[in-house]
Write a protein that binds this ligand. Structure first.
Ligand SMILES: [Zn+2]
Length: 276
């Protein structure tokens, strides 16, 4: 998986449209693909130039600081009648005004991500076996993982990357049916939990996905929060998505097809929710 859908911002296999929104997907490693992802995230060339021009020039920032400082001086003098205390507060106000206007000038907000759909629900089950995999968020061993990178500020939150996968797992559905999730992309449709601490593994993931990240003027996956969901063997899950019956693998002769019930497999994206 080394391509990204510009609409739902999922990490996907290159060369096929997104399984959720049928959007064309692009590879950040390829300069043209990266340019298209930048356009979708930050606007085209003209929009990005306007964004840069909208930054407050240094002189205006300093003036804004002075205005804020003078305002605070006046307010403190009026309240206390002490010109020295007022000058101290005024200076502090000036510095605060300058600092906040600088950060405000530098903060760009990436475009919004499309919300994930409501998938058709198949039913509850539990994970009976799985090949072990490791979540790039917490580096914990698990049967399946999903990670979202989010960029959050006072203005709101944007999801900048979604990724989820397993190394293959089997689910016993309620009743007799078995469901096999093929190795590769999946999605865990549960609320993800924010991780604290070490984000070096995610930094590595971003660098692997977008080698130009460190030197690029426009980041593809800005983030200040990592959210994760993990599933383990034995977990109850709620299976969603479109499935079909397939003959059991490991029976190439087909001789026992009538006896063996076969397994259900997802047609598109496998979607699992944490069960209750
Ligand atoms: Zn998509």
């Amino acid at each position: 998986m080394r391509a990204v859908c510009p609409r739902c911002r999922r990490l996907v296999e290159p060369g096929a449209p997104c399984a959720i929104d049928a959007s064309e997907v692009w590879t950040p490693d390829d300069p043209e693909g990266r340019a298209r992802l930048v356009d979708r995230m930050w606007g085209d060339d003209a929009a990005r130039t306007r964004l840069l021009g909208a930054r407050l020039p240094a002189a205006r920032r300093a003036k804004l600081g002075l205005v804020l400082g003078a305002g605070l001086y006046g307010a403190t003098y009026a309240a206390t009648g002490d010109p020295i205390l007022s000058a101290g507060f005024g200076l502090f106000g000036g510095v605060v005004g300058l600092a906040t206007s600088v950060t405000r000038g530098l903060r760009y907000i990436p475009s919004a991500t499309t919300a994930l759909p409501r998938w058709p629900r198949l039913g509850p089950g539990h994970i009976i076996s799985a090949a072990e995999c490791i979540s790039p968020g917490s580096l914990m061993r698990c049967a399946a993982w999903a990670v979202e990178l989010r960029y959050t500020g006072s203005w709101g939150t944007r999801t900048t990357l979604r990724a989820g996968a397993s190394a293959g797992l089997d689910i016993a559905l309620e009743g007799e049916a078995r469901l096999r999730v093929a190795p590769g992309a999946l999605w865990i449709a549960s609320s993800l939990v924010q991780l604290d601490g070490d984000d070096t593994a995610v930094d590595d993931l971003v660098r692997w996905l977008d080698p130009a990240d460190a030197s690029a003027a426009w980041k593809l996956f800005p983030y200040n929060e990592i959210h994760e969901a993990r599933l383990a063997i034995g977990d109850r899950v709620e299976v969603s998505g479109e499935v079909e019956q397939r003959p059991l693998a490991g029976d190439p002769t087909g001789l026992y097809r009538d006896a063996a019930p076969g397994v259900l497999m997802h047609v598109g994206l496998a979607v699992l929710g944490a069960g209750h």
